[in-house]
Design a protein around this ligand. Structure first.
Ligand SMILES: NC(=O)c1ccc[n+]([C@@H]2O[C@H](COP(=O)([O-])OP(=O)(O)OC[C@H]3O[C@@H](n4cnc5c(N)ncnc54)[C@H](OP(=O)(O)O)[C@@H]3O)[C@@H](O)[C@H]2O)c1
Length: 260
């Protein structure tokens, strides 16, 4: 199976590098394009066997899967450029990672229903993305293939397109919220006497541990919080003080702002 990634920048490049480490595509079955040679050269230094070219038209020839990863405002132009060179029966799978362009619009531009939207987050760089997959018809068999591909780059969830914006707020914006919690905790750690680099490492591992614990036990956070909050103890005092300052409310309001 061959995949072509049009626009191998931050997101497209991370997908390409991740897939090259996986089992579905050999490195030489991955073709990437960018606008400038400089970005291609960066990819060449890490993945010398990838097919790297600035020529989108040459790149789509013979591909089974074409993944568009240019900025949203360039999508129409790039699709129009390669459209005459796509399989005439549109038997390829067309994936878009562009935020904000609905399936129906992509289907019109590509003139195919084999269109799947995928929204990863930046943890794709280390194979830990929370990736959402959607299409106009969620029963199409191509969804399974795309799910397998993105499972090599982290976790995946198939969602109706109507929920994509909310899911993006939780995972793509949410990664920044989680990092802000880490930053704030580490800052607090310094004030209570831990050196900055240690404080950050402590909080990072604490957050990883908390998430893994909930995932492994399929537990509700309140159940696990209950276990560490001794009556009259320091954890409940700390938690309540955070709530008095509006912690949960601030997180919920921030998320709601993302989908306005
Ligand atoms: N970053 C994220 O967290 C994230 C998450 C989900 C979805 N996305 C989506 O991913 C897409 C790309 O975002 P990004 O952050 O990766 O942007 P980016 O780093 O700027 O990457 C875009 C790439 O497209 C290339 N490009 C521009 N015009 C082109 C053309 N005509 N033909 C071929 N390649 C072309 C650019 O090449 P040069 O490098 O040579 O300029 C660049 O490498 C966007 O649609 C965004 O909505 C991003």
């Amino acid at each position: 199976m061959k995949i072509t990634i049009i626009g191998a920048g931050n997101m497209g490049g991370a997908i390409a590098r991740g897939l090259a480490k996986g089992t579905i595509f050999a490195e030489n079955e991955i073709t990437c394009t960018t606008k400038s040679n400089a970005t291609l050269e960066k990819l060449r230094s890490t993945n010398p066997q990838m097919n790297l070219t600035p020529d989108n038209i040459r790149a789509v020839a013979g591909a089974d899967i074409i993944l568009f990863a240019v900025k949203p405002w360039l999508m129409k132009e790039v699709i129009e450029q390669v459209k005459p060179y796509l399989a005439p029966d549109r038997s390829q799978i067309y994936i878009s990672v562009a935020a904000g362009i609905p399936c129906q619009q992509l289907e019109e531009w590509i003139e195919s229903y084999n269109v799947i939207r995928v929204i990863p987050n930046t943890a794709i760089e280390i194979g830990e993305s929370m990736t959402f997959i959607t299409a106009s018809d969620l029963s199409m068999p191509q969804i399974g293939i795309v799910g397998k591909i993105f499972s090599e780059l982290g976790n995946t969830m198939i969602v109706p397109e109507s929920q994509l914006a909310a899911c993006t707020a939780l995972a793509s914006c949410g990664i920044a919220f989680a990092m802000r919690y880490i930053q704030a905790s580490a800052q607090g750690g310094v004030e209570i006497g831990i050196k900055a680099s240690d404080a950050q490492k402590i909080v990072e591992h604490t957050v990883i541990g908390a998430a893994k614990l909930l995932l492994a036990k399929e537990a509700h956070p309140a159940v696990e919080i209950d276990k560490v909050t001794t009556p009259g103890g320091i954890t409940i005092r700390g938690l309540n003080e955070m709530e008095h300052a509006g912690f949960s409310s601030a997180v919920i309001r921030g998320l709601k702002e993302c989908v306005k």
